[in-house]
Write a protein that binds this ligand. Sequence first.
Ligand SMILES: [Cu+2]
Length: 291
Amino acid sequence: MITALIIILVAVGSVAFHLMSPWWWTPIASNWGFIDTTIIITFWVTGTVFVAILFFTGYCIWKFRHREGVKADVEYEPENKSLETWLTIGTTIGVVIMLTPGLFAWKQFITVPEGADEFEVVAQQWQWSYRLPGKDGVLGKSDVRKITPENPFGINADDPKGKDDVLIESDDLHLPIDRPVKVLLRAIDVLHDFYVPQFRAKMDMVPGTITYFWFTPTKVGNYEVLCAELCGVGHHAMRGMVVVDNDSDYRAWLAEQTTFGQSLAKAQQQKSIDLASTTDRATSEKKVSAQ
Ligand SMILES: [Cu+2]
């Protein structure tokens, strides 16, 4: 009897917790309301089944409880064709209701609207970097084998399209509001997953391949980036920030960023300064020893 009561209380408590819970989604800041809808549909189907099964279990425990001197008045029935048929039909309908909206959502998710801007996210243990295509609107070719301290994105220096690529290393990414963007995802060590809860959309990042999704930011604000794929001891600290700006703020921010060409030139300059100072030192040391 107590067991039956506890089971019923779990069902009632779960529904009450859902209605009063302070832990609910953050307000959405992208076009992906459809993803919320599919989750809510799944939630209703699984929630209804969960509550129904708990009530049924509680009822059975109470109805068929042991009573002194009372014999069970039901017969053991290992096969029940009509019950099996109804359970199969019911389960099939439930699964179809849960899966169908997801297929429509997925189709939209991977169909990038024409004219969408692009940017690249590069993940590594345990930081986020970003690359924007620059004035030509095209990202230069890249290859992990070309990654060096001066070229952390592995951009092909021979590809003229890469020279104006804007690089953002371990800093906030800014995006303009209301413009669809295609997000290209690269991981250079292990699996990661670029996730901004307010945008809803997310995707795994797999070393050796480029995955993608698209979205349109719809609300100005600062949004935290999380890694949604366990990627090592620093996984929890793999945080970043996406700032959604209005057009003029975005342009002002973009104008301050460094391009690949500029960072290469800077590295080259630094190299020649280092070389000059080493030669100077060597010459003065030679002079001293000659005296
Ligand atoms: Cu990660």
